[in-house]
Design a protein around this ligand. Structure first.
Ligand code: AMP
Ligand code: MG
Length: 397
């Protein structure tokens, strides 16, 4: 392995190759979690008409204070055939069209009703409780820019502005190939020497969360032919993620077989613990990640590199792991050579997130790691991080 790239350099190299994919039209009912490929312009002013913000009475403000007869009533969804004549008022419900002539609404709670007469004691300012047309957005204005992530508020905004479908970058098709002759499928009995295959399941979950359409290909043994067939199939996808077989052992075949199949390696080896022997390459527009076999290493590689790449191909403007800040509950000694991602539990203390490293930090200990909900980033260096030191972490759950 040559000189190790820093985590930042490695991510930058990955992102140089992770270009947004093509776009497709997506109905808003299926667009949650997707990103816009193009700005979405409003199809209407919102509100589309001057509408009442309250149940009450539409008035001419100049007639207040005063006692006004109710000329007519307007419910939401109805239009009033009449303009409001001076010296009268109109009963109006929330969301109804304010009639011509009226310039304010007096809420029900602020009036006294005597038969068909409405008594208003206080003067009302023009515009009170009227929602102006276009006050939220004007027709033709972009509601959201390209790259916007569509969550509940954004989906609601699109619907409110009359947009039934939007252009989104297609979700990347990702193939996951686990390698290793020792791997047995969960649910089957274990023979001596076997362990259960966990990485493909872990990765399928991690990458689906980032919007990928994941296909788990059959697990392959440490034989060249098996590798060749699976990797060739995986290369038909937008992204291929392998695990295992990417280190320096005699059975580590992934890189050699990929080279033979036309993958151009961009780098191999990152200064990160766990996860050092990670490889990245491209074939055409397919991104090819070789994650190490230890399950925690595979998780770290997915979080640091594969997920940001998946965000990038879906048009995210600044793809990166989502770093947050907290303070350490215990002192940590950094590694001199490699940034470390320490599994920890988050505890809220006042406004602060306190990070408690879990016991069992070895890269095969996926069950210990499952008790963690944070990956604390400990930059390489030679100075101990004291209790209370401020650090970045990536939330896991
Ligand atoms: P490798 O990178 O292939 O040398 O694998 C490193 C370690 O991770 C070995 O102990 C493997 O048995 C283990 N390992 C590799 N792939 C998987 C997998 N898919 N699930 C669980 N453990 C794995
Ligand atoms: Mg292996």
């Amino acid at each position: 392995m040559g000189p190790l790239l820093s985590v930042e350099e490695a991510l930058a190299r990955v992102l140089e190759h992770a270009r947004p994919g093509p776009s497709e039209e997506v109905p808003i009912g299926a667009a949650a979690g997707r990103r816009l490929a193009a700005p979405a312009p409003a199809r209407t002013d919102l509100p589309p008409f001057p509408s009442s913000a309250m149940d009450g009475y539409a008035v001419r403000s100049a007639d207040t204070p005063g006692v006004l007869p109710v000329a007519f009533r307007i419910a939401a969804g109805r239009t009033s055939p009449l303009a409001l004549a001076p010296g009268s008022c109109a009963a109006i419900s929330t969301g109804a069209v304010v009639p011509d002539g009226a310039d304010a609404v007096v809420p029900l709670e602020r009036v006294r009703i005597e038969g068909e007469l409405v008594e208003i004691d206080e003067p009302v300012v023009p515009g009170a409780h009227i929602r102006v047309p276009g006050g939220d957005v004007r027709v033709g204005e972009p509601i959201l820019g390209a790259g916007s992530l569509l969550g509940p508020a954004q989906i609601g905004a699109l619907a409110a502005a009359g947009i039934a479908s939007v252009s989104c970058h297609v979700r990347p098709r990702v193939a996951v190939v686990a390698t290793g002759s020792e791997l047995q499928q969960p649910g089957r009995p274990l023979e001596l020497g076997q362990i259960y295959e966990s990485n493909s399941w872990l990765l399928a979950a991690a990458l689906a969360e980032a919007g990928a359409v994941v296909e788990r290909l059959p697990v392959v043994s440490d034989e060249e032919d098996a590798h060749r067939a699976a990797i060739a199939r995986g290369l038909d996808h937008d992204v291929l993620v392998t695990t295992g077989g990417v280190s320096v052992g005699p059975h580590d075949l992934v890189r050699a077989v990929e080279r033979e199949l036309g993958v151009e390696e961009v780098f191999w080896g990152v200064a990160v613990k766990p996860g050092k022997p990670l490889s990245f390459g491209v074939r055409g527009t397919t991104l090819v990640f070789g994650l190490p076999g230890n399950p925690v290493s595979a998780l770290v590689g997915a979080v640091l590199f594969v997920r940001p790449a998946l965000e990038a191909v879906q048009g995210a403007p600044a793809p990166s792991p989502r770093y947050e800040h907290g303070v350490l509950a215990t002192a940590l000694t950094p590694s001199v050579e490699r940034d470390e991602l320490v599994r920890a539990r988050r505890v809220s203390r006042g406004d602060e997130t306190v990070l408690e490293p879990i016991s069992g930090q070895e890269s095969h200990m996926i069950v210990r790691a499952a008790a963690a909900d944070a990956l604390v980033h400990v930059p390489r260096g030679d100075r101990e991080l004291a209790v209370g030191a401020r650090v970045r972490y990536i939330p896991l759950a």
